[in-house]
Design a binder for this molecule. Structure first.
Ligand SMILES: [Mg+2]
Length: 373
């Protein structure tokens, strides 16, 4: 086997333009900032990981700029000279120096796994225990236009067999206007496609308990994170009140969060994100808590480029409990693939690529073209 020792750690900041603006409750983005982390070994192998957040620091406090600083100044010096398979000890040592910053840690942890798997000549999912599946369904995030335009977009995706379920963001408007818009879309798509909504923690307990039942009546099949992340009791109360699943996202970042959610009965589905949880191993640990509690999981996104997307795909394919599909649509939203061979989306699913490591290769010209100057 080649020399596994880490020779260099490098970061590159990209701005990848989107096909159309992507809106959250208070933030909109036309381009997604992406931090690539490269870990190069003495044997000449390079692993890559991606640091990315959904459009800025509003979601969890980190941004690509904070990640680059934390990694270059505090994490990289701890990595040089270590072996890429020494991941548990490296993570312990990093945690001694850097608290929180799970998005930054995820970028490094994925790069270590990619480099290690490439040194062994195996795919990353082999390091995660092997495959439960080779593809996952991909839910599409619909736009925030008026209902007729959104329904037309959904029907176009269904006709082209690109997606079978859709997610709508809520929380930007007055709750009653928001509910009316979503109901108009859900009623049109009833019986032909699944409709899910994500509140991104924008409502309070009472707004949720009074407004969400109308979405149920309109045929919405799942409600994601209506209330702020720390409000486990309110989330549990809403989950008990609704006949459809409540999915936890902002409330779930660590295996301890997963245990607390399970104990409260606060969510019927967990949204897993390798990014928000610090990497593949912690996300797998969350999936195992979920499995023990009988809670199914969903492959969530932070709007990753193909690198972060395929890392999440390896995890989703290796975790038997990911039975609620995914929203790994990030690359479909971007105007540039960044890869020599694009990821394969077909028949409503994202398919795992073959090959060592993450199974994808960056196109150096594309990386150069979008590197922030
Ligand atoms: Mg979410």
């Amino acid at each position: 086997m080649s020399d596994l020792r880490i020779d260099r750690v490098e970061t590159v900041l990209l701005d990848v333009p989107l096909r159309r603006a992507h809106r959250f409750a208070r933030v909109s983005m036309d381009a997604q900032p992406v931090l690539l982390v490269f870990i190069r070994t003495g044997g000449g192998v390079t692993g890559v990981g991606e640091g990315v957040v959904p459009g800025g620091p509003w979601w969890g406090g980190e941004s690509v700029e904070t990640m680059q600083l934390i990694i270059e100044r505090y994490v990289a010096p701890l990595l040089t000279g270590r072996s890429v398979d020494d991941i548990a000890a490296i993570q312990r040592d990093v945690t001694d120096v850097v608290a929180a910053n799970l998005f930054a840690k995820a970028a490094v942890e994925v790069a270590l796994h990619d480099a290690w798997a490439r040194c062994l000549g195996v795919p990353v999912h082999s390091l995660l225990g092997g495959l439960a599946r080779r593809s996952v369904p991909v839910t599409w995030a619909l736009g925030t236009e008026a209902a007729p335009a959104v329904v037309e977009e959904a029907l176009g995706k269904l006709d082209a067999r690109l997606h079978r379920s859709f997610k709508l963001k809520m929380g930007a408007q007055d709750p009653d206007d928001d509910v009316a818009r979503i109901c108009a879309v859900a009623e049109k798509l009833a019986g032909v496609a699944g409709v899910r909504v994500d509140l991104n923690a924008r409502w309070d307990r009472l707004t949720s308990l009074t407004r969400l039942p109308r979405l149920v009546d309109a045929g919405v099949e799942l409600v994601e994170q209506p209330v702020p992340g720390a409000e486990y009791e309110a989330l549990a109360e809403i989950n008990r009140a609704l006949p459809i699943p409540v999915m936890a996202d902002e409330s779930l970042r660590t295996p301890a969060d997963a245990l607390r959610l399970a104990r409260h009965g606060a969510a019927d589905v967990f949204s897993l994100k390798t990014t928000k949880s610090g990497g593949l191993r912690a996300t797998r640990a969350i999936a195992e808590v979920a499995a023990a509690a009988g809670i199914p999981c969903h492959g969530g996104t932070a709007i990753e480029s193909p690198i972060g997307t395929v890392a999440s795909l390896h995890l989703a394919c290796a975790a038997p409990t990911v039975t609620w599909g995914s929203e790994l649509f990030g690359p479909l939203l971007m105007r540039e693939e960044l890869l020599t061979t694009p990821l394969r989306y077909a028949d409503g699913e994202l398919h795992l690529p073959d090959g060592p490591g993450l199974g994808v290769e960056l196109d150096p010209d594309a990386v150069r073209a979008f590197t922030r100057s």
